[in-house]
Design a binder for this molecule. Structure first.
Ligand code: AVJ
Length: 303
């Protein structure tokens, strides 16, 4: 982890993986983002799940081993429990303390569903503990988190999911993916007027300070978030407000005023992109559900 961050920081085009956005405060700031009027994905996806719950449960099957990738506060998966009736719930998240708290609350609410939380970086490996059932696994990857990968990485990740699904009775994936839309809607969603997304992005610097002993001062940086149509993705960057030097245990880097650290890509899809991506990764029987504006898609596919 230290080596990964140091290499990314000292690269010609500095970048930090978006997974480092999620320390305890970062996870809370993301929850706050989901409440913003400008940030439509979470509520649009929730509306699709509510509207098509019965259909989705029929496609995904009931009594599955529900594996929640990037579970966060587990709220999305919990909303599906009444329809999906999972035989086991396996929430996975890189933000360990936040995850444990969320699952403790959920156990009180659903005492009959066995839960087995796993704090790990699933982007590095999908190898799950032996306690996770191999029967009828359903990988739940909502919120357009797949869009954080570039298309080539997304295909590789889907292929790894498919492998992990083929060890028992064949399972599937249930994904939420954000669709291409008017750039003004996207720009506002990732650069909100209250600056909550800015705080979420800047907080990564405080997290990195703790992880590698660096001396980033968030006041020296500003948030950039915009839709890059040529790449069909929203980009987040942190831009240096002045010439400065950042030091950490064993290294340093100078930044010129205006120089940026790339912190996130959030790819947007057309329904055809989603079909192609799933089929190129070996999945079949793709089904999709949309909101009336076609801003967001939920899809199920079989391994
Ligand atoms: C959690 C990856 C789905 O890309 O929309 C929200 C994260 N970044 N605002 C997204 C995010 C800026 C979010 N995902």
């Amino acid at each position: 982890m230290r080596a990964e961050i140091e290499a990314a920081l000292t690269a010609q085009d500095a970048a930090i993986s978006p997974k480092y956005l999620y320390d305890p405060l970062g996870s809370k700031l993301f929850e706050a983002i989901c409440e913003l009027p400008e940030y439509y994905p979470t509520r649009t996806e929730a509306a699709i799940f509510a509207e098509h719950a019965a259909d989705i449960a029929q496609a995904a099957g009931t009594g599955v081993t529900l594996i929640d990738l990037g579970a966060g506060n587990c709220a999305k998966a919990a909303g599906l429990f009444p329809e999906l009736k999972p035989r086991q719930y396996v929430p996975i998240d890189i933000s360990a303390d936040f995850l444990h708290q969320a699952v403790d609350g959920l156990r009180q609410q659903f005492p009959d569903i066995p839960m087995h939380e796993v704090a790990m970086d699933f982007s590095a490996s999908l190898e799950l503990p032996a306690t996770v059932s191999r029967e009828r696994r359903l990988f739940f990857y909502p919120g357009s988190s797949l869009g954080n990968f570039d298309p080539q990485q997304a295909r590789a990740f889907l292929r790894r999911m498919r492998q992990a699904l083929q060890i028992g009775e064949a399972g599937g994936v249930l994904l939420g993916l954000d669709l291409v839309k008017d750039a003004r809607v996207l720009d506002a969603a990732y650069d909100d007027e209250l600056g909550v997304t800015a705080a979420f992005n800047l907080n990564m610097l405080k997290h990195v300070n703790r992880l590698i002993g660096a001396d980033f001062n968030p006041r020296d940086w500003r948030h950039i978030g915009f839709y890059n149509a040529a790449h069909q993705r929203v980009e987040m960057h942190l831009e240096a407000c002045r010439d400065l030097i950042v030091r950490w245990e064993g290294g340093r880097r100078t930044f010129r005023q205006g120089e940026r650290i790339h912190t996130e890509n959030s790819h947007k899809f057309t329904p055809q992109d989603i079909l192609d991506l799933l089929e190129e990764s070996g999945f079949g029987d793709v089904r999709m559900w949309f909101d009336p504006q076609r801003w967001f898609a939920v899809c199920h596919a079989r391994a």
